[in-house]
Design a protein around this ligand. Structure first.
Ligand code: COA
Length: 315
């Protein structure tokens, strides 16, 4: 299989910032607890912005940076669990707004916080079967819609935003070698659907999910390194899903990753689920810390349960 590489990234976050002190006005919590337990200081929540608005702006920016026009796109995937509608999908709304071709698949993918990673792998497969060689992969969430404001264990965690990547597939390029896993579980982390009649609040057994995450992250990383025959030293940048700063710190310590090779933006955005990895990629590109030739090891984990990792290069 021919591999994909990233051509350009973009992002969009809503304007309204909710601080930890704002949270303390709603539930019994405080800045010190949230900062030390999670690393989160702010999160952005939509007020007037829609999910589609976030996707469109992130995607436009990624297309511009990639120097790719909408008519060159061969597939569009939006990884999300919080689209404006179930039907039409967020990807079809994006197609409409951007004027993407009609003879391509546009669809949403639900793998919760691992969604962007599953979508990258799916895109690699799709582009191998497409006459067009560019793909649009977006991770976007409006998790503020799903927050139970009476649950201090979860309401402080989540934020809204979108990140996008335009990828290219070329003959001879190495595959991103994605390693992915799933374990059906509706006890640890759940966001009910419409048929249940329940209000759609996220519920989570935080400590158990934390334990799952600290086991999943190194297992995924080891599997990708083994699959690609690379070592930690061969990787230019480690991109972790931003769920809790302590989960990232544990991985960084375990693999002796130096500060210039990883990044945390959880203090600014909180956990944005499928948007978190592309938000990191987009900020890193804008800061000039990743660019042509960079090799990134991307790691995600989340509801489902799902987990995964891949080694992706910048074209
Ligand atoms: N403010 C103050 N106290 C809080 C609080 C808050 N916002 N939320 C919970 N607490 C309290 C609890 O009530 C508990 O009090 P108790 O000991 O008197 O019962 C105490 O803090 C410890 O709670 P616990 O849930 O065990 O905390 P924790 O250290 O596990 O941290 C999370 C909670 C959610 C931050 C942490 O478990 C986590 O990050 N989990 C993984 C999240 C994740 O990865 N999720 C998504 C996957 S994508």
């Amino acid at each position: 299989m021919n591999g994909i590489k990233i051509r350009g990234t973009g992002r969009c976050v809503p304007e309204h910032i909710v601080t930890n002190d704002d949270m303390a006005k709603i539930v019994e919590t405080n800045d010190e607890w949230i900062t030390t337990r999670t690393g989160i200081q702010h999160r952005h929540h939509c007020t007037t912005e829609s999910h589609t608005f976030l996707c469109v702006n992130a995607a436009k920016s990624a297309l511009e940076k990639a120097g790719v026009t909408p008519d060159e796109i061969g597939a569009c995937i939006v990884a999300t669990v919080t689209g404006d509608n179930i039907v039409p999908s967020a990807a079809c709304m994006l197609q409409k707004e951007l004027g993407l071709p009609e003879d391509i698949p546009c669809f949403d993918l639900n793998a919760a916080c691992t969604g962007f990673l599953f979508a990258l792998h799916t895109m690699e497969c799709l582009l191998n079967a497409s006459p067009r060689k560019f793909g649009l992969v977006v991770g976007a969430e409006v998790l503020s819609r799903t927050i139970n404001w009476a649950d201090r264990g979860t309401c402080i965690l989540f934020g809204d935003g979108a990140g996008a990547a335009v990828v290219e597939c070329r003959e001879g390029w190495p595959s991103i070698s994605a390693v992915m896993g799933s374990r059906g579980d509706d006890e640890l982390l759940r966001l009910p659907g419409i048929e249940t009649g329940e209000r759609g609040f996220i519920s989570m057994e935080g400590t158990k999910v934390f334990k799952f995450a600290v086991e999943a992250v190194p297992a995924c990383m080891d599997a990708v390194l083994k699959k690609t025959g690379k070592t930690v030293e061969d990787v230019d940048f480690f991109v972790f899903h931003q769920a809790n700063a302590r989960i990232i710190d544990l991985a960084v310590r375990k693999y002796h990753i130096p500060p210039e090779k990883y990044y945390k933006n959880i203090s600014e955005y909180g956990n944005t689920a499928a948007a978190s990895i592309p938000l990191v990629l987009s900020e890193l590109q804008d800061q000039g810390r990743i660019g042509p030739g960079s090799r990134m090891l991307v790691v995600g984990f989340g509801g489902g349960l799902t987990w995964g990792s891949a080694l992706i290069e910048f074209a």
